[in-house]
Design a protein around this ligand. Structure first.
Ligand code: ZN
Length: 150
């Protein structure tokens, strides 16, 4: 586990051990799966989108702590949000983990997701953190094909 700072590390460990919204949605109307072969992470994402709002979300998956905690925190962050707000979070998260170091993350927008800011110092783990978000984007766009970080 990369050193992401104690508080944030605890958050990631907690969400890996106790993933939130870890379930298959029987009435999902959007689904996507994601695969990060570099690390062996897999995510299956289930969404219920009604009137442009994410009214329910669940995921199943396996892989490293970063990928599973990222998926868990993502489901909490986007539940109840509009699809536009979810896409804005996707962009902010993506920028935080791939952007220049001297650019501070938008903590007000990102909230607990800022726990992953330190990941940008570990290029191999960036794909782990991003995997659930790329899967979310595919689900929102209605993609049928599994997404891959490669
Ligand atoms: Zn991983």
């Amino acid at each position: 586990m990369p050193d992401l700072g104690d508080l944030y590390q605890q958050l990631i460990i907690d969400h890996n051990r106790n993933p939130r919204n870890f379930r298959r949605l029987e009435d999902a109307n959007r689904m996507a799966s994601g695969d990060n072969p570099l690390c062996g992470d897999r995510i299956q994402l289930f969404l219920k989108v009604e009137g442009g709002t994410i009214t329910d979300i669940g995921f199943q998956g396996s892989g490293c702590a970063i990928s599973q905690a990222s998926a868990s925190l993502m489901t909490q962050a986007v539940l109840g949000k509009s699809t536009e707000e979810a896409e804005a979070l996707f962009r902010a998260f993506h920028e935080m983990v791939t952007g220049p170091r001297d650019k501070a993350p938008d903590r007000q927008l990102l909230g607990k997701l800022a726990a992953f800011a330190g990941v940008r110092d570990f290029p191999a783990r960036v794909k782990c953190a991003n995997l659930p978000w790329h899967t979310l984007k595919a689900a929102l766009q209605g993609a049928e094909e599994p997404v891959t970080t490669e």
